[in-house]
Design a protein around this ligand. Structure first.
Ligand code: ADP
Length: 269
């Protein structure tokens, strides 16, 4: 099955990084500030975040609760406008796009998965996954084929015809991830997609994320799980709404290989 990447987020001219070996920049922010105004006054959730994410790059965002991780993801996906600062998506200035223009970019170019699965309760699991594909212009046959592959990869093939309410919280999270990936978006934004998963499901989700990464999709993933973060190219740490650390994952190849190897390989010895 071939799924073409949404046209909205192809990296364009002028988006290239100065370093030749680096991938072109897919997402760039400069001095992003986000304030929330409420009854108790103003809360500054982001204090000037500057970040580049290359096309196909896998970035894990970590940090304590309240450090601004979810807010950053919401701003990167156009779900909330920044108070100030700049955001570019594939070379295009995006911080002042209208909600409608963001919706168009998200439809096929950006997949988003939240902590809450946000599935449509009146639809089956299968229809929940197919809907974004149909909205992005896939034929019914294409949408069905993509859904079947994803449900298989997530161990949910037997649940295709049930309503989301009949799934466990972890299964609902996996369906939400399948929804976000069904259009093979150039950018996946995921807020703790393994937050309520057992270890088997976490492994399935990690496999799916690694496959998306290998296919050239960029991933920005909020997680508290070091095991999940260790699969990223880079870990960005937030503290009090600021990036306090941004470094490549330095994991020895041998450890990656050991993690990728099936348990049977150990049992043989
Ligand atoms: P994290 O994801 O790291 O837990 P958040 O981005 O959810 O952090 O929150 C960062 C700060 O912004 C916190 O102080 C939080 O209370 C505040 N905040 C987040 N969303 C809202 C909102 N909708 N209204 C008011 N304050 C908010």
């Amino acid at each position: 099955m071939t799924v073409t990447q949404g046209p909205a987020l192809r990296t364009g001219e002028g988006a290239s990084s100065p370093q030749e070996a680096s991938p072109p920049v897919l997402l760039r922010t400069r001095d992003l500030v986000k304030d929330y105004h409420g009854d108790g006054g103003t809360v500054r959730a982001l204090w000037g975040v500057s970040l580049d994410v290359g096309a196909g790059e896998f970035v894990a965002v970590m940090g304590p609760s309240g450090s601004g991780k979810s807010t950053l993801l919401h701003v990167l996906g156009g779900l909330e406008a920044p108070t100030s600062g700049q955001l570019w998506l594939a070379g295009e200035r995006a911080d002042r796009l209208s909600p409608a223009a963001w919706a168009v970019r998200r439809r096929s170019g950006i997949g988003i998965v939240f902590q809450a699965a946000n599935l449509l309760s009146s639809m089956t699991v299968a229809d929940n996954i197919e809907l974004p594909a149909l909205l992005a212009g896939a034929t019914a046959r294409q949408a069905r084929a993509r859904r079947e592959v994803l449900l298989d990869q997530l161990g949910l093939a037997a649940k295709a015809r049930v309503a989301p309410a009949r799934l466990s919280g972890g299964e609902q999270q996996k369906v939400a991830l399948a929804r976000a990936l069904v259009n093979k978006p150039a950018l996946l934004l995921a807020d703790e997609p393994t937050g309520s998963l057992d270890s088997t499901s976490t492994t399935e989700v990690l496999k799916l994320l690694r496959r998306a990464h290998a296919d050239g999709q960029a991933i920005v993933l909020v997680t508290h799980d070091v095991r999940v973060a260790s699969h990223a190219d880079r870990i960005v740490n937030l503290f009090d709404g600021m990036i306090c650390d941004d470094a490549p994952v330095a994991m020895p190849r041998s450890r990656r290989a050991a993690e990728a190897a099936p348990l049977t390989a150990l049992r043989r010895s």
